[in-house]
Structure formats: structure tokens, C-alpha cells
Design a protein around this ligand. Structure first.
Ligand code: EZ4
Ligand code: CO
Length: 398
């Protein structure tokens, strides 16, 4: 079998998605997600100008070798643009291999280790009463675990929690931030949610890289009475050693990795067991091949998986995650906020969500089909993620 075509499809059924479609001389097709939110077209160019010309004529069954060819062969390694492009190729090759085998992909990854995949949903509220309504709405949808994010008194716009504020803008929306106000407020939010919903509901929280290690250590400690399922991205992780301070200070479980693109980003975090969950997505980590290796490495240290699953991972990237989730023994939890109805029409998928759990379905391959005609009717729209500024105007992590 040979690859005869490598095509990049950009579509915006509500938000931008970049998809690689490979076709073989046997007529099989494979899809891979290459969406890099806010920097999409850089990956399109990487794929179209530099990767696609190398793929035609290759044997699609040689997944490991093709990964090494694109990663080592480029000389310039790692980085989100490169690794999203490599991820799309790797995912599309796994899709083809599983279709050729006539099996859902999880069967090629060792088969199912579990019957279903526990997901967590997002509950957001500008105020605590709004957050309570949002938690209730998630529970009504069937979720059995929720991430809680709220506005902070005195701040006008905090990422993801202010209704009516579009996330995607022609220019980055400027949000504001005050860490001390956040550190005072968040434990009271956890207390209120625990009081309302009881001790059993798994509650997650995303600090989105905004804290110093000292601040993160204090927050972890202050949240302990409310038993959070985890504290996510508590401090920017370019400095892995910084997690030692947080880890020594608190037993609140720690999750990190949605912006990582290499196992090397995790080396200290895993070998010193400074974290409890690895959060990388197939789409941003170079594909299924390296993510499976990361998961197996993490398993040696009793660290579990929690693949990033926001709306900006396409249904193709999400499906890839679900096949891994079903197969690996050390699965932890899967982030899932769903996609718009139109996105589900552009990317028809076999995976299902019911009773707070996902399943990748039994179709051969990933179980996702791209409606190219519908995709073409929703072309790319320029969009940026927001930025965050402190009250003196200086730029802050967000
Ligand atoms: O901000 O995917 O845990 N989820 C997150 C996401 C990220 C977006 C960035 O593109 O933090 O909402
Ligand atoms: Co996050």
C-alpha cells in the first residue's frame, strides 16, 4: 500500500479546525487533527509546504518510521507547530492501519482495558450562583465530574467564565487578573460548591498557568479541605523543578501538560513524581505514537492520563484520545466539553457520550468521517485567543 494524496482541509464550523486527510492507492483514507488554536495557518503551511510532498509514495503501515522521519529528519525538533503537523500524519496513519485491519483503533492499541471512559465537563459562572446553575446543568447532562471556574469580585473578564464574551476575536480580547483576589476567592467558591453538591462529586479546577510556585503551594493547601480532584496548570511548567515546591507543600493532586509537545517536557515531573496526571493531547504531542509512550512512562510512576479535550481539539483529535483512553491501563479522566451541532455534521463521528461517559464506538479506524463539501461552506476565520493583563497594565500568563 502507498500514500497517493495528502490534503489539508481548513474549516470553521463555529471555530477553526485543521485536518489532514491521507489517501492510499487502495482507496483507504485516514484523518489527523492539526488544530493549533490561534496559530492554525502556520501548521497548514508546515503540512502543505514541507510535509505533504514527502508523504506520497510512502507505505502508510510504517507509522513509527514515518514519525521518526518527520521528527528526526527535520533536524529542527519539537515546538507546537511542528508537533501538531507530525501529530496529524501519525493519527491519519493509525486511522488507515485500523481501517485496513477492519478494527476500531483501540483494538490495535491492546484492546479495551475498560468499558467506558469517565469524562468531566466545564461549569463556569461569572458569580457563584451562576456557577451553581452551571454545575446543575452539567449534572443534568449526565456528567459525573465537573471543572469549576468563576469570575473574581473586582475583575471584569476572566478567561472562559463571562457569558457573552466571545473567546475568538479579530484581535486578542484583553482580560484582567489579580492573583491575590483569586487566592482569597477560590477557596470560598469550593466551600460553597461542596456545601451545595456534597463531598462525593469530583471537582476539578484549572489555574491556567497564572501562579508562581509559592502562590500555587498556598492555593493547593487552601483547597485541601474541599478535596479537589486536581489543580490543573498551577504554575507555568517550562521550569519543571518549580513543581517541587508545590508538591512538597500540598497533597492536592496536580495535573499539567496541555501545552507540552514532547516527553522531555515531562522528564523531571514524572521521574520525581511531581504530578498525578499528564494532560497532553494527541493533537499537540506529535500523535498517538508518542502519547502512548508517554502514558506507559507515566504508568511506571503511578501517574494517570487526562487528555486535554477542549472545543479546539477537533472531533478527529478527540476520537484519537478516546481510543487511547479505552486501551491504556492508567487512564484517569477525559476532559470533554463537546462541539457544536454543525461541527458534528462536518465531522461525523462514531464516539458517543452518555451518563457522563464516552466511548469511541466500533467503526474501523478512528470512527470519524469528514464531510468536505460542508467543510468548504465554512471557511477559515481569523481568530485569536485572549491575553491577560494585570491591573498596572503588564501582561500576565493566562
Ligand atoms: O485554554 O484549549 O483545560 N482546558 C483549557 C483550554 C485551553 C484552550 C486553549 O486553546 O485550558 O480551554
Ligand atoms: Co487547561
Amino acid at each position: 500500500m502507498k500514500i497517493v494524496e495528502a490534503k489539508v482541509v481548513v474549516t470553521s464550523p463555529g471555530r477553526n479546525f485543521v485536518t489532514l486527510k491521507l489517501t492510499t492507492d487502495d482507496g483507504l483514507t485516514g484523518l489527523g487533527d492539526a488544530t493549533l488554536n490561534g496559530r492554525e495557518l502556520a501548521v497548514v503551511s508546515y503540512l502543505e509546504d514541507h510535509v505533504a510532498p514527502l508523504l506520497t509514495g510512502l507505505d502508510p503501515h510504517r507509522i513509527e518510521d514515518t514519525w521518526q522521519y518527520l521528527y528526526r529528519g527535520a533536524y529542527w525538533r519539537r515546538g507546537p507547530v511542528t508537533m501538531a503537523a507530525v501529530a496529524a500524519v501519525d493519527t491519519a496513519l493509525w486511522d488507515i492501519k485500523a481501517k485496513a485491519a477492519g478494527m476500531p483503533l483501540y483494538q490495535l492499541l491492546g484492546g479495551a482495558s475498560r468499558d467506558r471512559i469517565r469524562a468531566y465537563g466545564h461549569a463556569n459562572g461569572a458569580t457563584v450562583p451562576e456557577l451553581m446553575d452551571s454545575v446543575r446543568a452539567r449534572l443534568e447532562e449526565g456528567y459525573q465530574a465537573v471543572r469549576i471556574q468563576t469570575g473574581i469580585p473586582g475583575l471584569k473578564a476572566v478567561y472562559g467564565v463571562h457569558a457573552g464574551v466571545a473567546h475568538q476575536q479579530q484581535r486578542p480580547l484583553v482580560e484582567d487578573w489579580d492573583t491575590e483576589a483569586y487566592l482569597r476567592h477560590l477557596p470560598t467558591v469550593f466551600e460553597a460548591v461542596r456545601e451545595e453538591f456534597g463531598p462525593e462529586l469530583p471537582l476539578l479546577h484549572d489555574a491556567h498557568h497564572r501562579l508562581t510556585p509559592t502562590q500555587a503551594a498556598r492555593l493547593g493547601r487552601d483547597l485541601e479541605p474541599y478535596r479537589p480532584f486536581w489543580l490543573e496548570d498551577c504554575t507555568p511548567a517550562e521550569n519543571q523543578e518549580a513543581f517541587r515546591q508545590v508538591r512538597a507543600a500540598t497533597t492536592t493532586p496536580l495535573a499539567v501538560g496541555e501545552v507540552f509537545n514532547s516527553v522531555h517536557d515531562y522528564q523531571t515531573l514524572i521521574t520525581e513524581r511531581l504530578i498525578d496526571y499528564v494532560r497532553s493531547a494527541v493533537t499537540h504531542f506529535g500523535g498517538i505514537t508518542p502519547l502512548k509512550k508517554l502514558f506507559d512512562f507515566a504508568a511506571l510512576y503511578q501517574i494517570r492520563t487526562a487528555t486535554h479535550g477542549p472545543e479546539d481539539i477537533s472531533p478527529v483529535g478527540l476520537a484519537a484520545a478516546l481510543h487511547l483512553d479505552l486501551a491504556v491501563h492508567n487512564f484517569g479522566i477525559q476532559e470533554y466539553s463537546g462541539h457544536t451541532t454543525l461541527t458534528g455534521e462536518v465531522f461525523r463521528h462514531a464516539y458517543t457520550f452518555a451518563d457522563g461517559h464516552l466511548h469511541p464506538g466500533e467503526q474501523p479506524g478512528l470512527g470519524v468521517e469528514l464531510d468536505e463539501a460542508l467543510a468548504a461552506r465554512h471557511p477559515y476565520e481569523q481568530a485569536y485567543l485572549p491575553v491577560n493583563r494585570l491591573q498596572d497594565g503588564s501582561l500576565h500568563d493566562w
